[in-house]
Design a protein around this ligand. Structure first.
Ligand code: PMP
Length: 405
């Protein structure tokens, strides 16, 4: 049994007062907060361990290399990946998807090939594919959304054919909270020989992920949504595919031998990691993973599911409110509109009560187009939120409604 109160107290920023109210931080989908142990790890790294990695024979360089590479092992364990070579460090989900779209796409896509995306994708899983489609002549097909915010898998089945080379879909929608049946989506893609990329940015912070079971070719996520630092992320890839793909960026560390008569490249994962990486962020992310592991991802999932239920009970008492994303299989993300009150106005009033929510299109404009709305108000919860945060949200919504009345 976890002491969730104690866990919450480990996050210094949650003690902030905003406009005289206790902060209710409900914008975890955009970025999560860091506990004390993760924050202090950054200082201790700089006080005792910092040097550039992979190159030096001296003590500090070797220590920093070992610590940084320890994060790779923690990531591989976290994902149940087969090997360390499959864990490529990037600057985040966006960078990871761009790497795959450009490197894999430039080698394996040609004129008339098809890429399947979904209507609920984050722009990070749309635009890189549009860019490579334009270069290669490939076409993009889109799995539509049902009214409840799930994907229409019947239409997906019809879109698949022998021209389908890539299916790139989100594991959990950042706007709707929908948890997609990714095992089924992957199995259907494999049936026609297509490759699959899963954008896991909103899954890894909230649930255990087992990549050996899932069988995706690529899986991507960002550290800053997992109590870790900004500017750091992961690309997991199928080893033989990663080996067949050309480097994405050139420079130091990604080479084996450089000469004007020709250059050869380093082994995986370094082939895709040119230049000095964000070493401190990598070390700090290792600490964040230790922190999450200590609580346990299944415990986190249960806690957040309880908070979602608690919130939905409160939302039942509200009127003139439309919910977007009502699947039974969803994470603790609540997207809504308050009749014709503009989301930005609602967000501004909620902020007066210390309630931090996100408003707008959440980098998912096709979802907004699908529902014919300008944006939503999104409360996205984490395990360190509590009932008081949700009560503050419900009260803030009532205040917003009475203000506009
Ligand atoms: N995909 C999804 C589902 C996301 O929620 C986000 C972040 N909002 C991204 C991709 C992009 O992540 P990053 O900005 O960390 O690269």
């Amino acid at each position: 049994m976890q002491d969730w109160n104690n866990i919450r107290n480990q996050f210094p920023v949650l003690k902030t007062q905003v406009n005289g109210y206790a902060l209710s931080y409900l914008d975890n989908g955009a970025s999560s907060q860091m506990p004390e142990s993760v924050i202090t790890r950054l200082a201790s790294y700089h006080q005792h361990e910092h040097a550039n990695i992979h190159r030096g024979v001296h003590y500090l360089s070797q220590t920093a290399t070992t610590t940084y590479e320890e994060t790779r092992r923690l990531v591989a364990d976290f994902l149940n990946a087969e090997s360390l070579e499959q864990i490529i460090f990037t600057t985040g989900t966006t960078d990871s998807i761009n790497l795959v779209a450009e490197s894999w796409g430039s080698s394996f896509l040609s004129d008339g090939d098809e890429i399947i995306l979904s209507e609920m994708e984050h722009h990070a899983n749309i635009v890189p594919w549009q860019m490579i489609a334009q270069k290669t002549g490939a076409n993009i097909k889109v799995i539509p959304l049902l009214d409840n915010g799930e994907l229409d898998l019947d239409i997906y089945a019809n879109l698949l054919n022998e021209r389908t080379k890539m299916v790139a879909v989100v594991h959990v929608s950042n706007t709707l909270g929908t948890v997609n049946p990714v095992s089924e989506i992957i199995a259907m893609a494999k049936n026609v020989g297509a490759r699959v990329l899963i954008d896991g940015a909103q899954a890894t912070p909230h649930m255990a992920v087992n990549l050996q079971e899932l069988g995706a070719d690529f899986y991507t996520f960002s550290a800053h949504k997992m109590c870790g630092p900004t500017g750091f992320g992961v690309l997991y890839g199928n080893k033989s595919l990663l080996e067949a793909m050309p480097p994405y960026r050139g420079g130091g560390d990604m080479i084996d031998k450089v000469s004007f008569s020709g250059t050869t490249y380093n082994d995986l994962p370094h082939k895709f990691e040119a230049g000095t990486p964000p070493i401190a962020s990598g070390v700090v992310f290792g600490e964040a993973l230790r922190y999450l592991n200590k609580i346990g991802m299944d415990e986190i999932a249960q806690r957040e599911s309880y908070l979602l239920k608690y919130a939905m009970k409160g939302f039942k008492s509200l009127q003139r409110l439309q919910l977007f994303g009502t699947s039974n299989n969803k994470t603790a993300v609540i997207s809504f509109l308050l009749d014709d009150i503009h989301p930005t106005d609602a967000g501004t009033i909620l902020d007066k009560y210390g309630v931090a929510v996100r408003t707008g299109h959440h980098c998912t404009q096709p979802i907004m187009e699908r529902f014919g709305i300008p944006g939503t108000i999104r409360a996205s919860l984490s395990f360190y939120n509590n009932e008081a945060d949700i009560d503050a949200l419900i009260n803030g919504i009532k205040e917003t409604q009475s203000f506009f009345n």
